[in-house]
Design a protein around this ligand. Structure first.
Ligand SMILES: Cc1cc2nc3c(=O)[nH]c(=O)nc-3n(C[C@H](O)[C@H](O)[C@H](O)COP(=O)(O)O)c2cc1C
Length: 186
């Protein structure tokens, strides 16, 4: 598959089929990730591949945060369990973390580099018939979520990426064309 086709075919995939994602497939995605551009070759990315138990613990951490917003204890318990089950069932889940450099300028560049690494993961997945969905949010700072990932001190989890064979291919979301967002100067 050429890159343009992979870019055009990528979607955020919410539902995956039952086929497991192999270790070799995940390693291939991560090999693509580390080819991303990164200023001064800081190679700021670190990858955590979560097994079933860790995925459930991560889902529980996220579910607990959702449950905390619900006054009804039964509804809270249900949403916690639903989220835990959803994450446990993902065929694969990769947490992408960055090493926190002491310089704010380097940190910003390193964050950008990690996002480019994630883009590589997503496009390499399309090339292999896999789908992905990256997620961010305050949960990534949650101590329970960090513990589920196993991220080291001095690192920030920048996104969680679920991976699997798409159960369905969503239609592309409509976007403004680049021409309307571009100014050409002489
Ligand atoms: C930096 C970033 C953070 C995202 N975080 C979330 C998230 O927390 N939850 C979620 O459901 N989707 C998240 N997404 C996925 C976007 O919602 C998705 O890319 C967008 O709806 C466009 O759909 P598409 O990826 O299928 O083209 C994130 C995407 C990016 C680039």
């Amino acid at each position: 598959m050429n890159v343009s086709d992979a870019i055009a075919q990528r979607r955020s995939i919410k539902r995956f089929g039952d086929r497991p994602v192999t270790r070799e497939e995940i390693e291939a995605l991560l090999d693509a990730a580390v080819l991303a551009p990164n200023h001064k070759l800081t190679q700021p990315w670190r990858f955590y591949v979560l097994g079933r138990e860790a995925r459930r613990r991560y889902g529980l951490a996220l579910g607990q945060r959702k449950a905390n917003k619900l006054p009804d204890p039964d509804a809270a318990a249900a949403v916690r369990e639903k989220t835990a089950a959803e994450y446990e069932a993902f065929p694969a889940l990769i947490a992408v973390a960055m090493v926190l450099n002491e310089s704010p300028e380097v940190r910003e560049e390193d964050y950008a580099a990690c996002m480019q690494a994630i883009a590589n993961i997503m496009l390499a997945a399309v090339d292999r018939g896999l789908g992905t969905h990256m997620r961010t949010g305050a949960v990534l700072e949650d101590p329970a979520a960090r513990a589920a990932v196993g991220v080291r001190d001095g690192e920030r989890v920048v996104a969680i990426v679920s991976v699997g064979v798409p159960a369905e291919m969503p239609a592309p979301k409509s976007r403004q064309g680049a021409a309307a967002l571009t100014q050409w100067t002489d």
